[in-house]
Design a protein around this ligand. Structure first.
Ligand code: ATP
Ligand code: PRP
Length: 205
């Protein structure tokens, strides 16, 4: 049995067609049901659909053998117990520092609101800058508007969300895309089975 963990939302929208191209699909009635473990066209493969940040947790602990998650989420989770094997090139966006156009980013103690604490720390430390990080779970764009922070570190794609909130992208932290991850123990115990699907998915990219 192989269990594949997929992130809800925009990654799901792009990973299902990718898996279908590789020969694995979940029937529409399974997807629309309230079931948490979904059957696929392959008898010994199940799919579970999780919040993005839970995907590496399930894979790390072996509750799922394979997962698809954004690099943003993987950087926050860390690589323990998980091998990152493929860059799927889907759900591409950029992790960026953004602020009001006039905000001075060279302040001595810059206040940064983000849900990406590790990536943010690493980015500013590499620049030799001390920052105060304010951890949020969403709606980061609100923080500079209400004076909670001087800037944010968040994902940017079209830039529409920043624009709608009078913010501008200032500095690139890193480019983001979704990755295929494998539980490190499963990689050994189910090597043959996993390899077959790895090859099929790689071919369909
Ligand atoms: P949660 O369910 O934990 O609140 P979320 O709201 O961040 O997670 P999504 O917005 O669906 O969930 O994002 C899931 C993943 O999609 C992110 O981890 C990132 O890799 C990618 N992503 C997020 N925003 C964008 C975007 N604007 N454009 C492209 N990819 C994005
Ligand atoms: C993500 C991200 C930004 C937005 C950027 O949020 O947190 O707010 O996308 O995309 P854009 O540059 O194309 O506007 P999402 O829509 O996933 O909502 P969330 O804040 O609930 O995660």
């Amino acid at each position: 049995m192989l269990t594949i963990a997929l992130s809800k939302g925009r990654i799901l929208e792009q990973s299902l067609p990718l898996l279908k191209k590789a020969g694995l699909f979940v029937a529409p009635d399974e997807l629309q049901s309230r079931k948490l473990i979904l059957n696929t066209n392959i008898e010994n493969i199940k799919v579970i659909i999780l919040r993005a940040s839970d995907v590496p947790v399930f894979v790390q602990h072996g509750a799922a053998d394979i997962g698809i998650a954004g690099k943003d989420v993987l950087l926050e989770h860390g690589s323990s117990g998980v091998f990152e094997l493929l860059d799927l090139g889907i759900s591409k966006c950029r992790l960026m520092v953004a602020s009001n156009e006039k905000q001075d980013l060279n302040l001595n103690s810059l206040k940064v609101a983000t849900k990406y604490v590790n990536s943010t720390k690493e980015f500013f430390h590499a620049k030799g800058k001390q920052v105060e990080i304010i951890k949020l779970s969403g709606a980061m764009e609100l923080a500079p508007i209400v004076g909670l922070s001087d800037c944010i570190v968040d994902l940017v794609d079209t830039g529409d969300t920043l624009k709608a909130n009078n913010l501008v992208a200032r500095e690139l932290v890193r480019n983001i895309s979704s990755r295929l991850i494998i539980n490190s123990a499963s990689f050994n115990t189910k090597h043959k089975e996993i390899n077959v699907w790895l090859k099929k998915i790689e071919k369909s990219l």
